[in-house]
Design a protein around this ligand. Structure first.
Ligand code: ADP
Ligand code: MG
Length: 327
């Protein structure tokens, strides 16, 4: 149905991101700032899928908001997020408007509930496409919407349906297709399948994976607390705990040869004393004076409570923040 000039282009280059010394704090009233992530540092390159893994409150979404330039006063983001030679944190509103959607698009947590319930899927999509200036006529918007729906393995019929007529998986596919409308080079997905049952979850994830391998997006940044989702989807996983990156390694290394005791717990290579676990929640916001895992770690030394271990490179593409490995 769609004409060929509306071909969804494949991304051949771009999409690399360099995050340096990123600190984000949320304003909590009067003079209180709550640190949500600290000293976050990572690079992604074209073609890479990178995961951010960690439990609720670890700071995963905060990193994504910062990358999108969405941390606004009175909240504070410092450091550098370099994309195309520019620091996102220093971009003007005009530059940000282009950057968001055209360069990097984000699917927010629970985005599938954001479809306008009283408009058809087609109307939801056409409006976005016209609003972002991807095409300029209703006719072209319709053609592109239908093409996008088929890209995420939905039938053309979905165009005429209302959101309440769709299953959760279908709604999430619609949202993914909308994020592709502007041909973003990087797609950030925040817990994209958390609300879905397991089978649907992996079916939607498979579609995202194919979009990536077909070059429809140049890079993925996937936020998920679920290690099986990460292992299925990404090349490399960064593990966050209490706002800090504690380990960053290729998936295989994370699954088989993780070094940080917290990652070993996540991958079930290490059991921790559950009586210690109740002492304090690792997700509770607290000043980051020492290692975020010190209270639970069977190997903790006194300095682990006094100093934050630096994230050091211990092998090719493998970084860990733990005094057992130096620093
Ligand atoms: N808008 C906000 N205002 C205040 N605190 C926030 C806000 N968003 C997140 N936080 C806090 O920042 C920390 C990290 O949150 P978040 O990035 O959402 O973690 P995650 O995505 O890993 O669950 C948490 O302590 C959370 O309560
Ligand atoms: Mg989150």
């Amino acid at each position: 149905m769609a004409s060929d000039n509306l071909e969804i282009t494949s991304i051949k280059e771009g999409g690399s991101l360099s995050v340096k010394d990123l600190d984000v704090s949320y304003f909590m009233g009067s003079k209180n700032l709550l640190p949500a992530c600290k000293n976050v540092q990572f690079d992604t390159k074209y073609g890479e899928s990178v995961g951010i893994l960690g439990e609720s409150g670890a700071g995963k979404s905060t990193v994504a908001y910062a990358v999108m330039g969405l941390i606004e006063p009175p909240n504070v983001a410092t450091g550098q997020i370099i994309y195309g030679g520019k620091n996102v944190l220093a971009m003007s509103q005009q530059e940000l408007r282009h950057f968001r959607w055209n360069e990097v698009a984000m699917i927010f947590q629970a985005a599938m509930n954001s479809l306008d319930p009283i408009a058809t899927v087609g109307k939801n999509m056409d409006e976005l496409i016209l609003d972002k200036g991807v095409v300029h006529s209703k006719h072209e918007a319709r053609q592109l919407s239908i093409k996008l729906l088929t890209t995420v393995d939905l039938s053309e019929e979905v165009y005429k349906m209302y959101p309440f007529e769709l299953s959760g998986g279908m709604k999430q596919r619609v949202i993914i297709s909308m994020a592709l409308a502007t041909n973003p080079k990087i797609l950030i997905l925040d817990e994209p399948t958390t609300a879905l049952d397991t089978i649907t979850q992996f079916s939607v994830l498979s579609t995202i994976k194919s979009l990536k391998s077909e070059g429809r997006v140049g890079g993925l940044l996937l936020i998920s607390h679920d290690i099986s989702v990460q292992a299925f989807m990404v090349d490399r996983i960064m593990i966050m705990l209490k706002g800090l990156v504690v380990e960053d390694a290729p998936v295989k290394v994370v699954m088989e040869n993780a070094k940080h005791p917290y990652t070993q717990v996540l991958t079930e290579k290490l059991k921790i004393d559950s009586s210690k676990k109740s002492a304090a929640s690792p997700t509770a916001a607290s000043p980051m004076n020492g290692c975020p895992f010190a209270n639970y770690c069977p190997y903790a030394m006194s300095r682990c409570w006094d100093e934050v271990p630096p994230l050091i490179t211990i092998a090719d593409k493998h970084r860990v923040a733990c005094f057992l490995f130096g620093g």
